[in-house]
Design a protein around this ligand. Sequence first.
Ligand SMILES: [Zn+2]
Length: 74
Amino acid sequence: MTCRLACCPGEYEQRTIVHTVRHEGQIVVIDRVPAEVCSVCGDVLLKPETIRRIEELLKTRGRPAKTAPLYEYV
Ligand SMILES: [Zn+2]
């Protein structure tokens, strides 16, 4: 599939990404999320079922598999 950005000639390819969301004031990181990523501009598409799975993870808030260091840029 070609990129949804009109000016971009890229194609989406299946990859796994690190998805970061701010949820109830906390930053939550989800690793190995399947996504379509544009090979040129890096635009990310998530399938509806992937989004549902992420929402489920945020709702159930089980123990995280790992934790990651979090730094403030400024
Ligand atoms: Zn693109």
